[in-house]
Ligand binder design. Structure first.
Ligand code: ADP
Ligand code: ZN
Length: 722
C-alpha cells in the first residue's frame, strides 16, 4: 500500500494524503490530479516530513489519485524554495506552488498531432494500391490525408497499411522549438575593467555553487555586456539562465540586445503572453529546451530543468516587490533560489539598494565594480534648477533655464527626456466655483484627469468617469480646473511653446506592451522623436545615444510621504533617469527642478557623491534600527465595513504579545484609508534583526479570530507604506 502526501492547488486546505495505485509512477515532486469532493484538483506530491498534515487518515479511508501528469517532477530545490517562501512571507504554500505551475494548459501536454510514416515493414497481403503507396511514400511523414494525397490512394488504403504495421503513428509537437542562443555569435571586445568583472562571473558559473555578486556599474558602463558573458558560459555548459527584469516594458530593449549578442531571442515570460505562448514557454522551461528565460518576477518560481545562473537586472527596483497575493520580494527570493539550487546569482544595478550594499559590507556578496562608462562616454553634468529663484511663469511648469536647454538641444538635432512621475494631465481636479474635489468613490485618492482619453481615473482601483461639464456639487458649468502637472500637461506646455518639436508621452497608459515599447524604441532610434515626456517607465534600461538632455520636472515629488526609503528611492530614480543622458559620443546634461536645492539628495546628485549619500542614509537606518539593521512587518486589516475593520485592528493590537526587542505601532487608519471599497487599518511591527518575527506573528494571529468579511494581510519587509 503506497500513500502520497499531496499539496493541492487550493490555499484554503492543507496537504492531503492519497492512495497510489500500483501503475502510478509517483515520487516527491510529481504533479498529480487528485479528487477532492466531487472535483479533481492539481497538486504536487510532497515529502510528508516537510509538509505536516493536520488530518491524518487511515489507509482504508484514502482515496486514490486520479492521475499523474506526464511532466518531470518538481525538483527538491524548488520544493524547498516554495516552503521557504510560504514560511517567510506567511503565505499558504499552495499560493506559492501556483506560481510554479503557472500554466494549467501546459500540464495537459504540449500541443501535438499524430502523424504517420512508413516503418519499412512489407505487409503479408499486398495489393497494387498498397505497393504504389509504399513506393511513392518513401520515408515521407504526415497526416493520413496528406499521405494519401502523396501516394495517390484513398485514406482507407493508408489506414489499412497502418493496421498492417507498414505505417506507424508518431506524436509530433506543433510548437516550433525555441532557437538555441549561440554563445559565440557576436561576443564584444570587453574593456579591461569589464573583462575582469566578466571573468569573475564566468568562473563562478563554471564552478557552480551558491555565490552572490553585486555588479555595481555606473549607467552606461556595460553591465549587460558583462553579465552576458556569464550567460554565454552557462550556455556552453548546456545550462539554463533566468534573467529577471523589473517590468515588462524593459523586455523589448533587452530582447534586441540579447539577439544582437546571441543570434536569437531568449524565451520571454510575462503577463502579456497569450495562453498558447505561456504553455509553450512553460513546457520548454520544464524540459530544459528554453536555455535563457527573461521575465518579470513571476518567472522566478518556474520549474527550470537545469538552472545554472540567475541574473536580477536593475536589482534595486521596488517593483520586484509584489504587493498583493504572496507579498514576496523577487530579488530576495531569487537569492534564496540560488542558494537552494547552489548556483551563482548576479544582482546588477547602478544604484544598489542599501539592503544589498549592507550584504556586501558584511562580506556575504562579492562586489564587482564598473566605475566608468563604456567607450569613453562621460557621466552627464548634473545641475539643480532652484524653482524659487528661477520659477516658471504662472501656470507653467518648466523653468526658463530648463526650457532654454530643451530648445538648444533640439536645435542641435539631439533628443530630450523630461521626467515626471505622474500619469495623466493633472493629479487633482476641482471646481473653481465651490472648491469641490473629485475623489474616487472606492479609494482615498483623487481622480486624475486624463485628457488623452477625456476621463477622470483612479490610479488605485481603475475607476473611471467622464469629465463632467458641470460640477456635481454646485452645478456650475465649465468651472473645473486642473491643479498641478502630469506628463500630459507638460507635453501640452511643450506643444504651446515649441510647436515644431515632435513630442511623445511614455507612461503605462501609452506603452502597455512589449510591442508598443518596441515601436517607441524604433522611433527614437530613427530620430523621429525630439522630446520624450515620461514617468519612471523611461528611467531605466533604455540606451539612446542621441539623448543628451534630461530634465527632472519635480525632484521633490518623491520626498513627500516620508516612508522609510523615500530619500533612497528619489536618489535612485533621479540617478537612473540622469543615466539616460549622454550615453553615446555626445556629452549629456541633466537639470533637476527643485524647491529644495540644499536637500541632501539633491546635493549628492549634483556633486556625484553617491557614496556620501548612501553612507548617511545607511547610518540613519542603523541608528533607527530600520531595515536592513532591524526588521519590519505590516499587518493590514481591511473590510468593507469601517467599524469592523477598526475593531478587528484594535483587537489584534490589544493581543500583541510582549516580546523583547519587538514593538508594535498602531493600529491607525492607513494613508490609503480606503482602497477598492475596503477600509484599511495598519499595524507596524518593528523588531530587532535576530528576532524570528514571522514566528511571533504566526502564533499571535493564529490564536485570534475575526469575521469572515475582514481580511488580514501580513506584509513582511514592506516596501509600501500606504
Ligand atoms: P548599463 O547596463 O551598465 O547601463 P549597457 O550594458 O547598457 O550599460 O551598455 C551601454 C552601451 O554600451 C550599450 O549600447 C552597450 O551595447 C555598449 N557597450 C558596453 N560595453 C561594450 C563593449 N565592450 N563593446 C561594445 N559595446 C559595448
Ligand atoms: Zn479608486
Amino acid at each position: 500500500m503506497k500513500r502520497a502526501r499531496v499539496l493541492l492547488l487550493n490555499s484554503a486546505i492543507g496537504p492531503l494524503d492519497y492512495r497510489v495505485e500500483r501503475d502510478q509512477p509517483v515520487e516527491p515532486g510529481s504533479v498529480v490530479l487528485a479528487p477532492l469532493g466531487p472535483r479533481q484538483l492539481t497538486g504536487v506530491v510532497w515529502e510528508p516530513d516537510h509538509m505536516p498534515s493536520d488530518a491524518e487518515v487511515g489507509d482504508n479511508r484514502l482515496r486514490p489519485l486520479a492521475g499523474v501528469y506526464d511532466i518531470p517532477p518538481l525538483q527538491a530545490p524548488l520544493r524547498r524554495l516554495i516552503e521557504w517562501t510560504a514560511d517567510y512571507y506567511l503565505a499558504p504554500p499552495a499560493a506559492v506552488l501556483r506560481m510554479a505551475l503557472a500554466s494549467a494548459s501546459a500540464l495537459d501536454g504540449g500541443r501535438t498531432v499524430i502523424e504517420y510514416r512508413p516503418t519499412g515493414l512489407i505487409p503479408d497481403r499486398m495489393t497494387p494500391q498498397r505497393t504504389q503507396a509504399l513506393e511513392r511514400l518513401g520515408d515521407r511523414q504526415g497526416l493520413i490525408r496528406e499521405l494519401a494525397m502523396i501516394a495517390g490512394v484513398s485514406d482507407g488504403v493508408i489506414r489499412g497499411l497502418v493496421n498492417a504495421g507498414a505505417i506507424e503513428a508518431i506524436e509530433v509537437s506543433i510548437d516550433d522549438p525555441f532557437p538555441y542562443p549561440d554563445p559565440d555569435h557576436a561576443p564584444p571586445a570587453l574593456s579591461a575593467e569589464q573583462g575582469a568583472a566578466a571573468a569573475a562571473l564566468v568562473e563562478a558559473v563554471g564552478q557552480g555553487g551558491f555565490n552572490t555578486f553585486l555588479l555595481d556599474g555606473v549607467t552606461g558602463s556595460g553591465k549587460t555586456e558583462v553579465y552576458f558573458e556569464a550567460v554565454a558560459a552557462a550556455l556552453r555548459m548546456g545550462k539554463q539562465t533566468l534573467v529577471l527584469l523589473p517590468e515588462i516594458a524593459l523586455t523589448e530593449p533587452f530582447l534586441r540586445r540579447f539577439s544582437a549578442r546571441f543570434g536569437c531571442a531568449p524565451v520571454a515570460w510575462h503577463s502579456d503572453l497569450r495562453q498558447t505562448q505561456r504553455r509553450h514557454a512553460w513546457r520548454a522551461i520544464v524540459t530544459g529546451e528554453a536555455k535563457v528565460v527573461v521575465g518579470a518576477r513571476s518567472a522566478l518560481f518556474l520549474p527550470y530543468a537545469n538552472l545554472g545562473l540567475i541574473v536580477v537586472d536593475e536589482a534595486h527596483e521596488a517593483s520586484f516587490k509584489q504587493e498583493d497575493g504572496v507579498m514576496y520580494h523577487a530579488r530576495d527570493v531569487a537569492v534564496m533560489r540560488a542558494q537552494f539550487e547552489r548556483l551563482p546569482i548576479v544582482l546588477a544595478s547602478a544604484t544598489p539598494a542599501i539592503e544589498t550594499r549592507a550584504q556586501v559590507t558584511a562580506g556575504r556578496y562579492a562586489e564587482l565594480k564598473l566605475p566608468t562608462r563604456h567607450g569613453g562616454a562621460q557621466m552627464p553634468d548634473i545641475a539643480a534648477v532652484d524653482l524659487l529663484a528661477d520659477p516658471p511663469p504662472r501656470g507653467r511648469w518648466l523653468a526658463p533655464t530648463l526650457l532654454a536647454a530643451v530648445e538648444e538641444t533640439i536645435e542641435r538635432g539631439e533628443q530630450v527626456l523630461l521626467f515626471l512621475n505622474r500619469r495623466g494631465y493633472a493629479p487633482l481636479t476641482l471646481c473653481r466655483a465651490c472648491g469641490h474635489r473629485f475623489q474616487c468613490p472606492n479609494c482615498t485618492a483623487w481622480m486624475v484627469e486624463h485628457r488623452l482619453t477625456s476621463r477622470l481615473a483612479c490610479h488605485h482601483c481603475g475607476h473611471v468617469m467622464p469629465v463632467p461639464r458641470r460640477c456635481p456639487a454646485c452645478e456650475t458649468e465649465d468651472a473645473l480646473v486642473a491643479c498641478g502637472p502630469g506628463v500630459e500637461r507638460i507635453a501640452d506646455e511643450i506643444a504651446a511653446l515649441l510647436p515644431d518639436a515632435r513630442t511623445v508621452i511614455v507612461t503605462s497608459d501609452t506603452i502597455w506592451s512589449p510591442a508598443r515599447a518596441a515601436e517607441f524604441v524604433g522611433r527614437m532610434e530613427d530620430g523621429e522623436i525630439d522630446i520624450v515626456v515620461g514617468t519612471q517607465l523611461v528611467t531605466k534600461g533604455y540606451h539612446f545615444p542621441e539623448l543628451t538632455l534630461v530634465g527632472v520636472v519635480d525632484a521633490d515629488l518623491g520626498l513627500t510621504g516620508g516612508d522609510l526609503r523615500a530619500a533612497e528611492r528619489s536618489f535612485q530614480q533621479i540617478a537612473q533617469v540622469a543615466g539616460r543622458a549622454g550615453r553615446g559620443a555626445k556629452p549629456g546634461r541633466v537639470l533637476i527642478q527643485t524647491r529644495e536645492p540644499n536637500a541632501p539628495v539633491i546635493r549628492a546628485l549634483v556633486a556625484g557623491d553617491a557614496e556620501g549619500f548612501y553612507a548617511a542614509e545607511t547610518e540613519a537606518r542603523r541608528e533607527a534600527g530600520m531595515p536592513p539593521f532591524g526588521r519590519l512587518a505590516a499587518i493590514i486589516v481591511s473590510s468593507e465595513d469601517l467599524a469592523e475593520a477598526a475593531s478587528t485592528a484594535r483587537m489584534i493590537g490589544r493581543s500583541a504579545p510582549s516580546v523583547e526587542g519587538m514593538a508594535v505601532f498602531g493600529p491607525a487608519p492607513a494613508p490609503l484609508a480606503m482602497l477598492r471599497g475596503r477600509h484599511r487599518q495598519r499595524l507596524l511591527v518593528h523588531a530587532r534583526r535576530q528576532l524570528d518575527v514571522q514566528d511571533v506573528i504566526r502564533t499571535w494571529l493564529g490564536a485570534l479570530e475575526w469575521p469572515r468579511s475582514v481580511r488580514v494581510a501580513v506584509d513582511v519587509d514592506p516596501y509600501s507604506f500606504v
